[in-house]
Ligand binder design. Sequence first.
Ligand SMILES: *Cc1c(COP(=O)(O)O)cnc(C)c1O
Length: 388
Amino acid sequence: MAAPVPYGRQSIDESDIQEVVNVLRSDWLTQGPAVERFEREVAAYCGTNHALAVANATVALHIACLAAGLGEGDLLWTSPNTFVASANCALYCGAEVDFVDIDPRTLNMSPVVLAEKLKKAKAAGRLPKVVVPVHFAGLSCDMEAISALAREYGFLVIEDASHAVGGNYRSQPIGSCAYGDMVVFSFHPVKIVTTGEGGMILTRNKDLHDKLLRLRSHGITRNPALMEGPPEGGWYYQQIELGFNYRITDMQAALGSSQWKKLDRFVERRHLLADRYDAELKDLPLVLPLRESNGLSALHLYPIRIDPRRTPVTRAEVYASLRAAGIEVNVHYIPVHTQPYYQKMGFRKGDFPEAEKYYAEALSLPMFPSLSEGDQNRVISALRGLLG
Ligand SMILES: *Cc1c(COP(=O)(O)O)cnc(C)c1O
């Protein structure tokens, strides 16, 4: 039988390997020149002022929330159609979470639902301090509408752009921070570019960047202006708040820089694969994903919906048949509020019906730059066989 086809995987070449080996032969294995170089490259590409590389996107979201001042008694809102990390970050800070249902067309947080929910929250005196829009599958949320609401209601915006590295919005790269206070990237191997584990926080705000720098490294500063009393010598530092060790290594940052050079090619290749899926699947009883909405998706995922109005074949049956054929399709996402941990906090099935309806029909097809035409044909033929 042919080798299994995953839904996503990294693309590592000899130049990536060489860059990592070069670091291993150098003086610095962590927090050396490779980290700063990677940060400068990503900030320059995105057209923003500051970038801070960290151990993964989950900790990036954690310290972004802390830098935003999120704490006990505060509220964070995000999309239910996301990975649990987009919501858990609020709980790490002692804050509460609520969700804003999705627009079934974009699969992103609906700005219309957000506006209605904000109006009610204002009347009830319970506005969120932070809103985390998630650019699902790589397609930007309607950031113009969300940032207008942020100004009106006074919340901070942390974009979870884990899927959207290399995408754009209103002709600016995602990560430009033109609409959000902070933007978070993930470099997990299934994402667009990888550092093994890794993440990045981008911002235009120097105060937020200074705060994030300290939170990444134990809450320690070497800046005399921030110390109580004068420094006692060249060795001196002070811990002025509670921080963490959320650093990334130089090996990972070197891999990140090497991968970043191929970012545009990776995204182009994903669009070529999506062109073929679009053409070959368009007459099946499926809803195909939107790839453009005021900008181009980075296409981390190619999520299809099996339309129950047009076929008796269920998503579970399609999933099982493809898996049996060695095609490792997946489902993104089980709505966060339906997870047992969130149900214990009082959320109920039915709370966010569009996210739940989408989940019941969703299937992510294989989508990664090294997916061969032959393997993509296997996916297409299997779907045509089941649904054609
Ligand atoms: C992958 C992912 C994360 C977490 O990223 P890690 O780097 O694995 O911590 C957060 N949010 C979303 C939407 C993701 O897809």
